[in-house]
Design a protein around this ligand. Structure first.
Ligand code: P6P
Length: 338
């Protein structure tokens, strides 16, 4: 081995989770076990995504999911892998998946104290194009009198105990945060088979002139949203447009570089397109805890929004603190504020 200085103090996700647990004397280890099952599901989904083209997993599976989208084979496999991991860890009581119309209830057990919401493969419509897709998840702790039914998930994002996403790009990147804690980024080392802490305590730039939205919908936007978009495009230093069309990829870039991601509710989709439980809520927690902001189309703080049903949707503006504040200020001028 050469003289280069080798880091021998590698912090894997496994080590990080175990060390976190020791900080809480009342910790039972249930949350840690749940997170180990989570990380296994990311590793196995990453494996299948990497091999998709090789073993011809791309293309349609021929079935439709709860919202009628054409299901790609990987959607089905990703969903099955995620459900198996959550069932087998024995710490999850109720699971909501984008791919399942109804919530999945696991048998009540003394340690099954968590509710999980997830989108196993978000952005999957881009899979065949080789665009980065990802898994988004949110974790709620059940109250002692919880019945273990879907109502246990119809809560504001401020109740989330943890949230995160894994982006399956050149390598699998996991970003996760626990309530009140730092946002940490982990990169999968395929040789070690471990997620390595590579981005400790991620903090967003307060502002950045990058905007990320599907302007093909702009004719349906409200006047305040159109004014916001015109304002940044006609700024003295016009903003750069970056839009991938896969929320995890657009969110990860926005988290790293700064800027704003927007999927406003509009006259075509009055409730918005993105789902509260497993897209908007978890992302809002991550961005807030990294120093950013997230609001819905009524300019309400995203984490205070309560879903009416498990697949309920919302408009969202997500990004650097000052970039979202500009949206809020322009909407306030138009009488849209909370
Ligand atoms: P549009 C992918 O289908 C997704 O759910 C998100 O990942 C992404 O941000 C959004 O929809 C893209 O939507 O209408 O711009 O194609």
């Amino acid at each position: 081995v050469g003289q280069e200085n080798i880091n021998t103090n590698i912090v894997t996700l496994t080590r990080y989770l175990n060390e976190e647990q020791t900080k809480y004397s009342e910790a039972t280890g249930d949350f840690t076990l749940l997170c180990h099952a989570l990380q296994f599901s990311f590793k196995s989904i990453a494996y299948y995504i990497r091999r998709a083209s090789l073993i011809n997993l791309s293309g349609l599976a021929g079935s439709a999911n709860s919202t009628g989208d054409d299901q790609k084979k990987l959607d089905v496999i990703g969903n099955d892998l995620f459900i198996a991991a959550m069932r087998s860890c024995g710490r999850v009581r109720i699971l909501v998946s984008e791919e399942e119309e109804e919530a999945i209830e696991f048998p009540a057990g003394p340690n099954a104290k968590y509710a999980v919401a997830c989108d196993p493969i978000d952005g999957s419509s881009n899979l065949d194009a080789g665009v980065s897709v990802g898994t988004i998840f949110g974790i709620y702790k059940l109250s002692d009198d919880a019945k273990g039914t879907k109502e246990d998930l119809l809560r504001p994002g401020t109740d989330l105990v943890a949230a995160g996403f894994t982006m399956y790009g050149a390598s699998a990147q996991l970003v996760m945060t626990m309530k009140g804690g730092p946002v940490n980024g982990f990169t999968m080392d395929d040789n070690l088979g471990e997620f390595i802490l590579t981005h400790p305590d991620m903090r967003m730039p307060k502002k950045r002139s990058i905007y990320s939205c599907n302007e093909g919908n702009s004719k349906y936007w409200d006047v305040a949203t159109r004014e916001w978009c015109d304002t940044i495009k006609n700024a003295e230093k016009p903003y750069s447009a970056r839009y991938i069309g896969s929320m995890v990829a657009d969110a990860y870039r926005t988290l790293l570089y700064g800027g704003i991601f927007a999927y406003p509710a509009d006259s075509k989709t009055p409730k918005g397109k993105l789902r509260i439980l497993y897209e908007c809520g978890p992302m809002a927690m991550i961005f807030e805890q990294a120093g950013g902001q997230a609001v819905d189309s009524n300019m309400a703080r995203m984490l205070t929004v309560v879903p009416e049903s498990i697949h309920d949707r919302s408009g969202i503006f997500l990004g650097s603190y000052d970039e979202v504040q500009l949206v809020i200020d322009i909407h306030k001028k138009h009488g849209i504020s909370v």
